[in-house]
Design a protein around this ligand. Structure first.
Ligand code: FES
Length: 84
């Protein structure tokens, strides 16, 4: 299994769009799936994507924009596929 690095923007614009909630939801899903050893969560300052909808999230080198409500879908669609 690969070790995946997920970076969540905690810059002011993403903070307002719910980056804290995105982080909380990701933490909960990671522990639910017992993936603590496989996934590293990091915070980052503004990644220059403030104009997009949702919180800027970087998985390895790919960028996504994730709203809190979409976090679980994002986890299942993007994260789980990269873990396998
Ligand atoms: S604050 Fe997150 S991309 Fe700018």
């Amino acid at each position: 299994m690969t070790n995946l690095e997920i970076t969540i923007c905690v810059g002011s614009s993403c903070h307002l769009k719910g980056s804290r909630d995105v982080i909380k939801i990701l933490e909960r899903l990671i522990s639910l799936h017992r993936l603590e050893d496989k996934i590293t969560l990091k915070g980052s300052f503004c990644m220059g994507e403030c104009s997009k909808n949702g919180v800027c999230v970087c998985v390895d080198n790919d960028r996504f924009n994730v709203a809190p409500l979409d976090t679980e879908l994002f986890f299942n669609d993007v994260i789980m596929k990269r873990i396998k």
